[in-house]
Design a protein around this ligand. Sequence first.
Ligand code: TYM
Length: 334
Amino acid sequence: MRIVSGIQTTGNLHLGNYLGAIKNWVAMQDGLADGDEALFFLADLHSLTVAIPAAERAATTIEMAAVLIASGIDPDRSILFNQARVPAHAELSWILQGTARMGWLNRMTQWKDKAGKNREGASVGLFTYPVLQAADILAYQGTHVPVGDDQKQHLELARDIATKFNLDFDVDLFTLPEPYISPAAPRIMSLRDGTAKMSKSDPSEMSRINLADSDETIAQKFRKAKTDPEPLPDDPALLDARPEAKNLVTIFAALDDTSVPQVLAQFAGQGFGAFKPALADLAIAKLSPIRERLTVLMEDRDAVSGALEKGADKARALAAPTLLAAQRATGLQV
Ligand code: TYM
């Protein structure tokens, strides 16, 4: 088993990233058997698709790495690194650009959403973003890719690219990766709108809980979260028409490692006046230890950078044979 996943180094890590991805990364890391590897990386090359000043990009990479470590990613057990330190990602990405088709990339909903109406003005990197993502995974022969629901389409594309490359060059080189989407929290929604994803790029800070938020901020954001006036039902199916209520119950269940029916069994008949403080207390209990570890880690940024360098050494060694095989398959190397 080769677990591979990444996170783009733009903005703050939020509860959606944590419940949809990072919490599962930690669980998968903790369950690794002998011979398995888990690779987690900061997607700083992907962050080039967003205009960010250089100093901020570098600082964000270190801060996000520290959040991952504070959340339980152990650089001695997992291979933790930033993409830019491992040139195989960019090299393989270019090779795979000969395989990916314009039509495939044109269908990517993330491209359509992010480019919007201004396609002529969008960067080429935003368009080819999913090819780099495919290279991230295929360079390591990733078998399991723990991601939120929003990355499913990119994973399908990675499989299509792998299949076409193997076929075009008549090789059995790339393993087809399987997405692993957390059943508990496939898509955490905005606290302001239960039909929009919780996202780093939402202009409203009140829409998301950041992993670095103080206890007071967490409590305030849940207090102000959009809800409806009805009490919580006992039947989970009744939440389907109440997206904000459903989201808060889902967050509670995911944070507490229980299920939506169990949360409803506890809170059915109660309104949000009672549920929101209980949710805020739970979130604070789970997130404040992460924030405290983060504060300590941020006192020594060089140590975090050193951990990334060590991870990059291991990642370079793991990617090298696959990159060479891809170069041989395409006649770039004999
Ligand atoms: P990114 O940085 O947007 O998000 C990182 C991870 O968090 C998940 N996620 C969510 N899960 C549930 N609810 C949400 N509201 C939510 N928001 C984000 C994402 O699904 C993701 O798993 N393109 C990727 C980064 C990437 C990558 C890769 C991932 C680059 N290369 C290779 C996997 C494999 C991205 O932008 O994720």
